[in-house]
Design a binder for this molecule. Structure first.
Ligand code: NAD
Ligand code: FES
Length: 280
């Protein structure tokens, strides 16, 4: 069903935006880890976005998206008061949240926004939440203040050292795990190479790792097969079996290959959209 854009904020101009969408039915039932599928127009493709936050009383959900292709560019051109053509959700399995003590929630780039909702869930369950967030530079770092508002610790890494630790987010994760062995779980959301690197980093510490996968999706209900991934040698559908999986079992190389195969098509449709003068 259509959903009105209640508020829009460009977090990183031309690259990443946040929207509050009017979606009372979703806000009333969504849990951390759930996602929605949007369509910006009648003929538009369907694409998934993880719910970054929600306000049950106001009946709104928060989405944060990186402009990657035509559909996200069209969404980014929409203004407050306009409506997305179709919003479907909540979809996917919710994050498995229980009281386990200390949880390290790792977010990279745009994935920090999706991780925010999961971290909040762990905080509300009474866990000690350590957020570890990484971006290429300070101006690309999302949700730092929002995480600082409730997390017990917020560790920051930037590739260029403009704020926090100079280096990859995995380096602060490794330092944190080395400092305190009593970590019950690590959760990672972000680019596939980052999630794969988090698994490799955490493995020597023998801590469980949950990753949230960003597979390509079409129907979001397990019928089309677009979102298939290999987990523990079995084919799983990210939309209904995930989006969260045991990081040690995910075939990241295959997932990366599938996403890369779609990148050229995505770029072509985006370039054509820009050539038509739709993009300033
Ligand atoms: P990016 O490439 O700028 O990376 C952000 C940070 O992640 C880096 O600064 C670094 O700290 C860490 N990182 C990246 N690669 C790493 C590696 N190989 N080893 C260790 N750490 C690494 O991030 P971006 O451009 O904002 O990322 C966008 C990607 O995130 C898109 O591909 C998008 O699909 C994905 N994403 C995933 C989800 C999800 O649910 N998994 C949600 C939102 C976005
Ligand atoms: Fe179609 Fe998952 S999106 S099976």
């Amino acid at each position: 069903m259509p959903s009105k854009i209640i508020a829009k904020k460009e977090l990183i101009p031309g690259r990443t935006s946040l929207m509050l969408l009017d979606a009372p039915h979703i806000a009333a039932t969504a849990k951390p880890g759930n996602f929605v599928i949007l369509r910006v127009g009648e003929k538009g493709e369907r694409f998934p976005l993880t719910i970054a936050d929600l306000d049950e009383k106001k009946g709104t959900i928060t989405i944060v998206f990186l402009v990657m292709g035509k559909s996200t560019a069209v969404l980014n051109a929409m203004r407050e008061g306009e409506s997305v053509f179709d919003l479907c959700g909540p979809l996917g399995k919710a994050t498995r949240i229980h009281k386990i003590g200390t949880v390290v929630c790792v977010g990279g780039g745009t994935g920090v926004a999706a991780m925010h909702h999961i971290a909040k869930g762990h905080h509300l369950a009474g866990n000690h939440v350590v957020a570890a967030i990484g971006a290429r530079s300070e101006n690309l770092l999302l949700f730092r203040r929002e995480l600082e508002a409730f997390c017990d610790e917020v560790l920051v890494a930037t590739d260029d050292g403009s704020t926090g630790h100079k280096g990859l987010v995995t380096e602060v994760v490794e330092q944190r795990l080395a400092a305190d062995k009593a970590v019950g779980e690590v959760v990672a959301v972000g680019p596939v190479p980052m999630m794969s690197a988090v698994v490799k980093t955490v493995k020597p510490f023998q801590v469980p790792v949950t990753v949230s996968l960003n597979s390509m999706m079409v129907d979001g209900i397990g019928m089309c097969g677009a979102c298939r991934v290999s987990v523990g040698g079995e084919t799983k559908f990210t939309c209904v079996d995930g989006p969260e999986f045991d990081g040690y079992l995910v075939n990241f190389a295959e997932l990366q290959q599938r996403l890369a195969a779609l990148k050229d098509k995505e770029k072509l449709s985006y370039d054509n959209y820009c050539k038509c003068g739709h993009h300033e």
